[in-house]
Design a protein around this ligand. Structure first.
Ligand code: PEP
Ligand code: MG
Length: 606
């Protein structure tokens, strides 16, 4: 399109849900949804040679793409070794595979993509029926390679994010964690999606990487075209397609001011403790999904890692399973880097919106209520023990703690601890060193766990409140469904009562209680959570400075008072207003940075 045509376009402003603050602008990179349709055509005998040469070209291109991704992975610290793509490359070099495809194209006179699909599906089915776990896993590699090959054959190749040549704003219908795991600040400067909500894992990743993002925009992936100019205001949850020169200027100025203030806070507060003016000390730690984020932990002044979401090692970079030694190496690297501070490694929390293509295919009508997280681990004790042993191996260096997700009652804690004892005995038998008394904690993210916290507490050393799930399960609001996002209220009285009960139960039993859901990252919620007695807040590293500022600006006594008032409120919006009043009085500059009510709220609510 010519520059003139571009200039004539009028700005279009769209509102969605801001999930990571910040203002950015740049050209759009529109990700097409994965094509599931594979063309199936008959060939004339005269077309066969041309068809085979298409296959050869696609094989060369696919090899080139895989090598380029491998090189890229080698250059930066990613969760898994670039050698995992060797298996993909081996499939491309497998003569039997290629000969079968060529033979069938010639014999059946069918187009090459349809034959590639059939042959690959058959290979994958054979592999997945084998007893050997390693070979079974390779079925995923075959499917992935076939998909890439077919995309290259159909010409529907989209440049993958890993191969993006310059900075873009990613526009997509939806993104899965394995895609966001490939985002890097230097290439993906922002993203917008049709679907999603504040606590979807896509949003969690945006905050982890500090990439401004707006989700739940309805049909943005159809409205925007490749390279259209897009401006994102992640704070207000709005985007502008084809922004005018004045809008660009105005937003650029506001964004720069905000960046300067935030940078000042970051530098000034980095080494300061999170202590209220009247002396209440709170631990502020970081939520991370991978090694790439470790630098940010220290940079933003967090004290160690309060939540290491270990499942991302399974979901990212085409890797579907990680062996005991690979996991142990990963956990050891994290523990060493954050020592002497601690790292809380959460055992696998797969399921829900973190689906691994490698999990047994048991489609569930309600995946968030299904075989998720600790349930999956307890149903697969051998796989679970591999992870437990890996965490134990890492516990001999640094300060490693272990946490079980999605506990619904004490029986699950007892069952998990029993497997942990078995894992310890196995390592001891083999003479492998580990910390025998490593702290074990649980996430309180299901109402039943909050209500029975007194029964759970004697079996653990800490609680960490997973408010993302706690809100979803208490209010029966799917955390990733943008259509009900307006009902997702962390300040709902029912949620606050559960938080209060869990904190009180933990303290009665002499254990500390933290919050690692997104509520911990919202400075507006800081006085409320600290006032309720929470000892630790864990959040995306970039959120630490503002939360620390809130803690250092408001007396604990005042926070306790405000928590008392909040507990008497009937409407979620009243609680929010009350938080704003307290912060406005004691930390007006912070309130200015927090800005207007969070997006995703219905105006009627407050
Ligand atoms: C939570 O549920 O609040 C939490 C921290 O876990 P996740 O977001 O990974 O489900
Ligand atoms: Mg959770």
């Amino acid at each position: 399109m010519s520059a003139d045509a571009r200039e004539q376009r009028l700005p279009v402003v769209l509102h969605g849900i801001g999930v990571c603050p910040g203002v950015v602008m740049g050209p759009a990179f529109v990700m097409a949804p994965e094509a599931t349709y594979v063309p199936d055509r008959r060939l004339q005998p005269a077309d066969v040679d041309h068809e085979i040469s298409r296959l050869e070209k696609a094989l060369i291109e696919t090899r080139r793409q895989l090598r380029s991704i491998q090189q890229d992975m080698e250059k930066r610290e990613v969760l898994v070794d670039s050698r995992i793509l060797d298996a993909h490359l081996m499939v491309l070099d497998d003569n039997a595979f290629i000969e079968e495809v060529v033979g069938r194209v010639r014999k059946e006179l069918r187009n090459v993509e349809s034959v590639v699909k059939e042959v690959a599906d058959r290979y994958a089915a054979v592999l997945s029926s084998l007893d050997d776990a390693y070979l079974r896993e390779r079925n995923v590699d075959v499917k992935d390679v076939a998909r890439r090959l077919i995309r290259n054959l159909t010409g529907k190749t989209q440049v993958s994010i890993a191969e993006m040549a310059r900075q873009h704003i990613v526009v997509a219908q939806d993104l899965v964690p394995s895609e966001t795991a490939l985002f890097r600040r230097e290439k993906v400067i922002g993203f917008v999606t049709d679907y999603g909500s504040v606590t979807s894992h896509t949003a969690v990743m945006a905050r982890a990487l500090a990439i401004p993002a707006v989700v739940g925009l309805g049909d943005i992936s159809h409205r925007v075209q490749m390279d259209d100019e897009v401006l994102i205001d992640g704070h207000k949850g709005l985007i502008i397609i084809h922004p005018s020169a004045e809008q660009l200027e105005q937003y650029g100025r506001v964004a720069e001011e905000r960046r300067n203030i935030e940078q000042g806070l970051r530098e000034n507060l980095r080494s300061e403790p999170a202590t209220t003016p009247d002396g209440r000390r709170v631990t502020l730690s970081a939520n991370i999904e991978g090694l790439d984020e470790l630098e940010a932990v220290a940079e933003y002044g967090a004290e160690g890692v309060g939540l290491f979401r270990s499942e991302y090692a399974y979901l990212s970079a085409d890797r579907r399973a990680v062996s005991e030694m690979e996991q142990a190496e990963l956990y050891t690297r994290v523990a060493k880097r954050v020592a002497p501070a601690s790292v809380i490694i959460r055992t696998l929390d797969l399921g829900g919106d973190k689906q691994s293509p490698d999990l047994p295919a048991h489609p569930e009508a309600n995946p968030f209520l299904g075989c998720r997280s600790i349930r999956l681990s307890l149903q697969n004790p051998e796989t679970f023990k591999i992870q437990l042993r890996a965490i134990l191996r890492a516990s001999q260096v640094g300060n490693v703690k272990l946490m079980y997700p999605m506990i619904s009652g004490v029986e699950e804690v007892i069952a998990a601890n029993r497997l942990l004892d078995e894992a310890k005995a196995e390592l001891a038998r083999d003479g492998v060193p580990f910390a025998p008394d490593l702290d074990v904690g649980v996430m309180i993210e299901i109402p039943s766990a909050a209500l029975t916290a007194d029964a759970i507490a004697p079996h653990v050393k800490f609680f960490s409140l997973g408010t993302n799930d706690l809100v979803q399960y208490t209010l029966a609001v799917d955390r990733i469904n943008e259509r009900v996002a307006y009902l997702y209220k962390p300040t709902h009285p029912a949620v606050l009562k559960l938080i209060q009960q869990a904190v009180a139960a933990g303290h009665r039993h002499g254990i500390w209680v933290g919050v690692c859901g997104e509520m911990a990252a919202d400075p507006l919620m800081t006085p409320l959570l600290v006032g309720l007695g929470v000892d630790e807040l864990s959040m995306a590293p970039a959120a630490v400075p503002l939360v620390k500022d809130a803690i250092r600006s408001i007396d604990y006594a005042r926070m306790q008072e405000m928590a008392d008032v909040a507990m008497g409120c009937i409407l979620p919006g009243e609680v929010v207003e009350h938080c704003r009043r307290v912060i406005g009085a004691d930390a007006p500059e912070l309130l200015a940075l927090i800005g207007s009510p969070p997006t995703g709220e219905t105006p009627a609510e407050t």
